[in-house]
Design a protein. Sequence first.
Length: 212
Amino acid sequence: MSPPIRILLVDDHPVVRSGIRAMLLDQPDFELVGEAATGEEGVAEARRLRPAVVLMDLRLGEGIHGSEATRQITGAGPGAPRVLVLTTFDTDSDILAAIEAGATGYLLKDAPPEKLHAAIRSAAAGDSALAPSVASRLLGRMRTSTTSLTARELEVLGLVAEGLSNRQISKRLFLSETTIKTHLVHIYAKLEVDSRTAAVAAATRRGLIHPT
C-alpha cells in the first residue's frame, strides 16, 4: 500500500481551514501534516514538513501574496512540493500569477469535495488540475496578441487598482520602485494610456482586472 499523500494547508481564515480539514480527513490516502495562516508561514512549514502537496490560498492578508509563496515553495529545487491553489478569486491576474509562479493546479473554493480530492491526487502525481472556468480563461489568454499584459504587469496593475503607491507595491512584491515604474511604463504603452487611473479603467473594461 502506498504511503498517504502529505498535505499542507495555507489559508488565513480559521473557519475555511476547518472546512477543508474536514474534507480531507475522511480520505484514507491523505495525511494533513500541517496548517499555516500566512504566506511566510506556508513557505517555512513547506520547508520543514516537506509535504507532497500544498493547498494554497492567494489572498493571505498581511505578508506575501499566495503567488509569491507559491514561487518560493516550488522553486526550492528537486523534490519541492506541488502547489494546488484553492481560492475564491479567479481574475486573470490571479490565475496567471499563480500559474507563472509554478502552481500545478488552480481550483475555486466552491468546488465539490470529490473535485478537490481528485485535484490533490493529480497534483501529487505531477499532473495539472484546473477548474473549467480557469482553463477556459487561460485558453483565451493564449489566443490574445503579444501586446497583452504579462502576469507580473497584471499583478502590479491589480495593486494599483487597490490604491497602493509605487513604494507599497514594491514592498508587497519585493521589487525595487524602479522596477515597478518600469512595469507601469510598459502597462501604459500596451493599454495606450498615460496615467494610473486610465490604466485601471482600461484594464477593467477589458476584463483584465476586477477592482473591488
